[in-house]
Structures are given as C-alpha cells and as structure tokens.
Design a protein around this ligand. Structure first.
Ligand code: SAM
Length: 288
C-alpha cells in the first residue's frame, strides 16, 4: 500500500499527475499517518460497517477505512484526483468512489442502496468551507449510527458546547438534537499540506436512536431554537416575538411563563429539554 502521507511519496505523486491544490475545494491533505489511522480506529469501523467518506482526496483516510470496513463509499468532487486514487486505493475491492458533489447526493438513499446488511457510519476529513451544510445533510439523513469528522477546532467546540457558554449556538442544538458529541483529539496544522491557518479536531457524534425529549413538531422546535439565538444579547421574549410574529411580545411572554422560565431568561442558557418544552408550548398554543 502506498504511504500517501509520506511527503516524499506524495509530492512526486501529485507532480506526476500535474495536480495542484484547490483552495476553493478545501483541499488540505493529511501528511501525518497517525491522523487517518486514529480517525479510522476511533470511529469504531469494522467488517460489519459500511462507511460513507466525504472527500477522499488522494486516499489517506480511505486506505485506513477500507482496511477495516465491510464497505467504503467515498464521494469526491474533484475528478482530477481519479488517476491518483486509482494508484493509491485501486487495490481495495470493498471501495466504491462516487464522483459528485456530496451536497447533491440523497444521502439516505445512497446509504440504503450501498450498505444493505451493514452498520452505516460517516467518516471524513471535511472540506472546511462546507462543514455545516455537510454535517446538516449527514445528520438530517437519519441513517447513520455515528458521524466522525475532522473539522476546525472551533467548530468542534461549538458542536460540543454546553448551554450558557459563548460557543453554544443554534448549530450546537441542531447537532446535539441528533447526536451525542465527543471531541476525540486535536490535529495541529502541521499535519496537513498545505497547512491551514487553524488547529483542527476530530469529533464523533453518536447518533441518537430515540430522542430523550418529547417533540410535538420538529419544524416548530427548530424555529424556536433559531428565534432564541437570533438576538443573543436580548431577552428570550424579544427573540421569540421576532421569530414568531403571530405570537407577539405578549404571547411570547405568556409562553415563557407557562414553561416556568424567568421573564428575563436568555435563549442561550436553555438546554435542549427546555427548548423542547418551549417549542411544545408554542405549538400547542397555535393548535388552539
Ligand atoms: N481525505 C483527504 C485527506 O484527509 O487528506 C482530503 C481531505 S480535504 C480536507 C477535503 C476533500 O473534499 C478534498 O479532496 C476535496 O476535493 C473534497 N471536496 C470538496 N468539496 C466537496 C464536495 N462538495 N463534495 C465532495 N467532496 C468534496
């Protein structure tokens, strides 16, 4: 197996194919072998697992996943990588590469088609310019057991943030609604070529099999969350009134009181159970 993380191997390989990194496609390739090894190891991939990888690049993580998994499907946007991947991962018969923009894929359908009888997981060193849309698509597909991704460290901290902290956001609640996050390890910038300006981190989301909260209406829940964070420095009442004009300020106050929250409460201090209570109260009121 070609060691694509060895810079003495990688540089001639890229030169042979006249490949130049595309910043626009978020191409920062791994040059430290322990990183893809650890990502594959810690993501719990084994022979019973079907892995969806996003952005294989020249294949460092793909190799490690294909060595362990029952099947790997890797979705890559950049067709220039095809002859290189043929050389670096062509030997694996449990690997399929799909040449497409992952955001154009129907992820749930792909997983159902490709991973019958296997435990589906997602694993990737994500292109950072589309971290949020990709994570959103992976979680909303509701078909994975776990999602393990490398992202900018600050994004990992936002995903795993606790209520009331500066990192806690609507995206935190979205991610934690679908999964339980665990930051696995940091990856310094010198582990990539070209080097990004930021430190990265690998985060795993264990996808919830059933929700520990009663949610009457998912759309109202996420609308409530967005409204609650839209005016971070203002009282929750103002955010809710702006996000639900049909409630008005008075109605927003009544809903907040009905949930037993202080009238001065701020949205960013609520945990998911409290957002669920708030969203359910709004939903019930609209049904009356
Ligand atoms: N996995 C490789 C590694 O760890 O060295 C490459 C990771 S690099 C950060 C991100 C990869 O995602 C690149 O290969 C890039 O071409 C690919 N990519 C970017 N946008 C994409 C998209 N919309 N759909 C699929 N792949 C994409």
């Amino acid at each position: 197996m070609i060691d694509v993380c060895d810079i003495q191997v990688m540089k001639p390989l890229l030169a042979e194919h006249g490949f130049h990194f595309s910043k626009a496609k978020g191409q920062n390739f791994l040059i430290a072998r322990w990183v893809p090894e650890q990502i594959a190891e810690r993501s719990g991939v084994d022979k019973h697992t079907g892995v969806l990888e996003i952005g294989p690049g020249i294949g460092p993580l793909t190799q490690q996943l294909a060595l362990r998994a029952g099947k790997v499907c890797a979705v890559e946007l950049d067709k220039r990588l095809e002859p290189i991947l043929n050389q670096t991962v062509g030997e694996f018969d449990n690997l399929e590469i799909i040449w497409d923009d992952v955001l154009k894929q129907d992820v749930a359908k792909l997983v159902a088609e490709k991973f019958a009888g296997l435990k589906p997981v997602a694993c990737a060193n994500l292109p950072y310019y589309i971290t949020s849309p990709i994570l959103t698509a992976l979680l909303e597909a509701e078909c994975f057991d776990a999602v393990t991704v490398m992202v900018q460290k600050e994004v990992a901290q936002r995903i795993a943030a606790k209520p009331g902290t500066a990192d806690y956001s609507a995206f935190t609640v979205f991610c934690q609604f679908y999964g339980e996050p665990e930051i696995l390890f940091d990856v310094p910038a010198h582990c990539f070529l070209p080097q990004p300006k930021v430190t990265s981190a690998v985060i795993m989301l264990k996808v919830r099999k059933c929700l520990p909260w009663e949610i009457l209406d998912k759309a109202t829940f996420f609308r409530t969350v967005r409204a609650s964070f839209a005016m971070r420095r203002k009282k929750l009442q103002n955010g809710l009134a702006a996000g639900f004009p049909e409630l008005g300020k008075e109605g927003a106050g009544e809903v907040i009181a009905a949930c037993g929250f202080s009238e001065n409460v701020r949205g960013e201090t609520l945990d998911i159970a409290q957002f669920a209570a708030l969203a359910n109260a709004i939903y019930r009121r609209k049904q009356q």
